[in-house]
Design a binder for this molecule. Structure first.
Ligand code: SF4
Ligand code: SF4
Length: 77
């Protein structure tokens, strides 16, 4: 699986202002079937570590604070 180069180049973006992973939330990490989301050990915020995605969207739907945005490619919509 390709390692993401930068957080803004990947299809799933987490708003660090809204993410409460630093308070113990791991919902998006837990629901992702590909295990591509992780909580950064330094920032304590979730982010997309691996640039792979099924665009299934439970990470976005289940996030309690609405911090996750899944940018679904136009051709898949
Ligand atoms: S589900 Fe939302 S609040 Fe929880 S870790 Fe993921 S992005 Fe952060
Ligand atoms: S859309 Fe699906 S595959 Fe992509 S990061 Fe979210 S849960 Fe994982």
């Amino acid at each position: 699986m390709p390692l993401a180069q930068t957080n803004t180049s990947v299809p799933v973006i987490v708003d660090n202002e809204k993410c409460i992973a630093d308070k113990g939330c791991t919902v998006c990490v837990d629901v992702c079937p590909l295990d591509v989301l992780v909580v950064d050990s330094i920032t304590q915020k979730a982010y997309m570590k691996y640039d792979e995605c099924w665009y299934c969207t439970p990470c976005e739907v289940d996030c309690p604070t609405g911090a996750v945005t899944v940018n679904i490619p136009y051709l898949l919509r």
